[in-house]
Design a binder for this molecule. Structure first.
Ligand SMILES: C[S@@+](CC[C@H](N)C(=O)[O-])C[C@H]1O[C@@H](n2cnc3c(N)ncnc32)[C@H](O)[C@@H]1O
Length: 476
């Protein structure tokens, strides 16, 4: 029996060490490996050496299998024809320099792909005839005549799989056909993700690209709207999370709530269902912090996520809160045009609370104050029903309107602070026992509208109602 594989103690026809390098095997640690037509077991021995959990070789030659068992006792060698393949799945399957021995080469390739685990890889090392046609070409090799595919034929055989030509393999003396290495895996359906913010052109771009290629575009917004209406197939808990405070103008908030509630994978499954598990494009704004979760859920469904991102053309859009803040500041500035200029501020602490809002169970308080030295505020606190609460957050803000009106050298009087007051679920619960105080104990009065909003009752005059009122944010 001729020596085919080469070992340190036996030189065969094949330069096996070089072939091993040309195969570009993936990381085999912990993987299940199968070599079909394994000969003396060189590649099985390597797989075990590289940490494979299971390394199996099959060959129809009893003599080669006997030698393989001797060389690599930690591997499993089976003396059998590849018509009787061992039970899978395998993470990596190798068929090297052997496809041309198969009666039906295409059928053998398909059967080997069927043996793969979902993320498995088939490595083919084979002769490919350099000719333009799509054909199996019979080649005289000296020892016999065998059929080898052209590249076009291989393309046809591998149609429907994900595959890549990895490079040339090593040649053998007298080779009539060049040998190549090709990696083959099952093709995962693709999910093209267009998750950019609103006004980036997602709908235009997806509408121009995908329908023409026969790929459906799933509108994330529409599915969310369907869920809010009790879409069939959505769990009750998902419907509940989406429809709570649902607004067609704040789909981003609904998506955020869904992911925060741990229902992201279900939402992603409903999107994929729209495409029947096939390729699709998702047109949905997803907050960036949730992109990873969308991709993980898609991978779990067997998809390959492909994220598309681009820069928005045109002026930068501002977040809603920023627009609101800027507009309010402008409006207040206008209200002060033509107003009598006040006397310079007395050397005492001055300020006003001009906004109080509940964000969940967090109370946000905005206003402006300056201390005796006309310096910026360093802190404020809250008193409610006799108890003092320190702020959880305190952020300085610019107040050009106050600066302009009081003719001051800077605008750093504003603040935006948050505090949690147990038991306050509505602004109206605050009432007249609510006060904002400066570090020295000075009470910061509330603007009239704020006092009304928190339920200060005008017929029970309190500090706020008696406090001098403001025009455009300053004392009168
Ligand atoms: C050219 S050798 C390649 C050996 C090894 N794969 C390598 O590249 O070093 C082809 C091997 O395929 C085996 N073989 C050929 N036809 C087979 C079949 N129908 N079933 C199983 N093994 C087969 C041969 O016994 C031989 O060991």
């Amino acid at each position: 029996m001729a020596q085919y594989q080469s070992f340190p103690d036996a030189t065969g026809d094949s330069r096996t060490l070089e072939k091993l390098k040309a195969l570009k095997l993936p990381d085999l640690a912990g993987r299940d490996f199968l070599d079909v037509g394994c000969n003396e077991g060189f590649f099985c021995g390597f797989a075990k050496f590289a940490g494979a959990q299971r390394s199996v070789g099959i060959d129809r030659s009893a003599a080669f299998i006997a030698r393989a068992r001797q060389r690599f006792p930690a591997c499993d060698f089976l003396e059998r024809d590849w018509n009787r393949l061992p039970e899978g799945p395998f993470d990596v399957v190798l068929l090297a320099s052997a496809l041309h021995y198969a009666d039906d080469q295409a059928a053998l390739v398909h059967r080997l792909v069927d043996l793969l685990a979902p993320d498995g890889l088939l490595i083919l090392e084979l002769g490919i005839v350099s000719a333009p046609e799509n054909a199996w070409i019979e080649v005289e090799r000296g020892i016999d005549r065998r059929s080898f595919p052209t590249m076009e034929k291989l393309r046809e055989v591998l149609d429907g799989y994900a595959w890549k030509w990895m490079g040339k393999s090593v040649s053998q003396d007298g080779d009539p056909v060049a040998r190549h290495v090709v990696h083959v895996s099952r093709r995962r359906p693709l999910a093209y993700l267009l998750m950019q913010p609103p006004a980036y052109g997602k709908t235009t771009i997806s509408g121009e690209l995908f329908p023409a290629a026969g790929i459906p575009v799933v509108s994330g917004d529409r599915v969310i709207a369907d869920i809010a209406r009790g879409m069939a197939g959505a769990s009750r808990s998902l419907v509940e999370v989406v429809s709570r405070r649902y607004s067609p103008f704040r789909i981003d908030e609904a998506v955020r709530r869904v992911f925060d509630a741990g229902a992201g994978p279900e939402l992603v499954r409903l999107w994929a269902n729209e495409a029947g598990g096939r390729d699709f494009a998702l047109d949905a704004y997803i907050p960036p912090e949730q992109h990873g979760q969308v991709e993980t859920a898609l991978v779990g469904l067997g998809y390959l996520p492909v994220q598309l991102s681009w820069n928005r053309a045109g002026p930068v859009l501002l977040p809603a809160e920023k627009i609101e803040e800027c507009a309010d500041a402008f409006y207040r500035t206008m209200g002060m045009e033509g107003a009598p200029r006040p006397a310079p501020p007395r050397p005492a602490t001055r300020g006003f609370v001009d906004r109080v809002a509940l964000e969940g169970d967090v109370l946000r308080i905005r206003g402006w104050v300056f201390d005796a030295a006309a310096g910026p505020p360093s802190a404020v606190a809250v008193k409610f029903r006799g108890q003092r609460y320190e702020m959880d957050t305190f952020e300085a803000q610019s107040r050009p309107d106050v600066q302009k009106y009081l003719d001051l050298g800077h605008a750093d009087f504003g603040f935006s602070a948050t505090v949690r007051i147990p038991g306050v679920a509505r602004l109206e619960d605050l009432g007249s026992e609510f006060e904002v105080i400066m570090p020295g104990g000075w009470r910061v009065p509330l603007a009239k509208a704020v006092a009304a909003r928190i339920g200060c009752h005008p017929c029970r005059p309190c500090f706020h109602c008696r406090a001098p009122q403001i025009a455009g944010g300053v004392w009168r």
